[in-house]
Design a protein around this ligand. Structure first.
Ligand code: SAM
Length: 243
């Protein structure tokens, strides 16, 4: 099945993505909870565990790309020591405004508007890069991966949490039925907007499989690339090292 987004040109696509997130920003976290049945919280906790931030006061700078309302960065700072800082870089002002409202008073957290495909940071600036449910929205994934590599210090990690391909018989069918019917319906109900959530489902379908995505990460120069399925492959965490 193909919805409107499949037909738009590459250059128009990012504009539509931005529209989606500016529209849903204020209800974004609620929608996440409803649609994933709270699972996204467990998955994000898994991501931060995989990141294993230092508990000490040694400096450790995380960049969380497509960080949106700041879920991953906040969890990271909660788990990390006082030397850690987080920079959220997202293309949507509205999502980051929502994040700023939520994180008022939180120290060591910075918001910078920018595109994953051309990060506004110098080379080798960060100790870790995370992107959660974001790379799927980027027009050129290979360019975003090259940028991730560029801004990471040698000896540091790239971690990506993303919806993936369900690799469990039966669960795949339930998941199909759920995503093509329930998700747009929920979108209509809560956000008054079924179309945006059709985009969401469609973008998940179009995203490369676990193996293929791992290959793309390797192609960007990362080494020791691995992935782990979460909830039967509904989501996956990919990890790679810039050595
Ligand atoms: N990481 C957050 C989370 O897990 O809750 C937000 C994920 S949200 C599904 C996707 C985010 O990607 C949105 O905030 C959107 O603005 C951002 N985004 C989309 N295209 C982007 C791009 N090219 N560069 C940076 N951020 C982008």
């Amino acid at each position: 099945t193909s919805f409107g987004f499949a037909r738009v040109s590459e250059s128009a696509r990012q504009g539509l993505v931005n529209e989606v997130f500016s529209k849903v920003a204020s209800r974004y976290d609620l929608m996440n909870d409803l649609m994933s049945g709270g699972l996204h919280r467990l998955w994000k906790a898994d991501l931060v565990t995989a990141l294993a931030p230092p508990k000490s006061d040694v400096p450790f700078a995380l960049i969380d790309v497509a960080g949106g309302t700041g879920d991953v960065a906040s969890r990271f700072l909660d788990a990390a020591g006082t030397g850690s800082t987080a920079t959220i870089c997202d293309i949507s002002k509205e999502m980051m405004e929502e994040g700023k409202r939520r994180s008022k008073g939180r120290e060591r957290l910075t918001f910078v508007q920018g595109n994953a495909e051309s990060l506004p940071f110098e080379d080798r600036r960060f100790d870790a890069y995370t992107i959660a449910f974001g790379i799927r929205n980027v027009t050129h994934i290979d360019t975003a991966l090259a940028e991730a590599y560029r801004v990471l210090k040698p000896g540091s990690r790239f971690l990506c949490l993303e919806f993936s391909s369900v690799e469990m018989p039966l669960l795949d069918r339930v998941y199909d039925a759920y995503s093509f019917n329930a998700i747009p319906a929920l979108g209509r109900l809560v956000a008054g907007d079924a179309e945006s959530y059709r985009y969401l489902v469609e973008s998940i379908r179009r995203f490369p499989t676990q193996e293929r995505f791992a290959e793309m990460i390797r192609d960007a120069g990362f080494e020791r690339v691995r992935y782990r399925n979460l909830t039967g492959g509904i989501a996956a965490i990919h990890l790679g090292w810039r050595l």
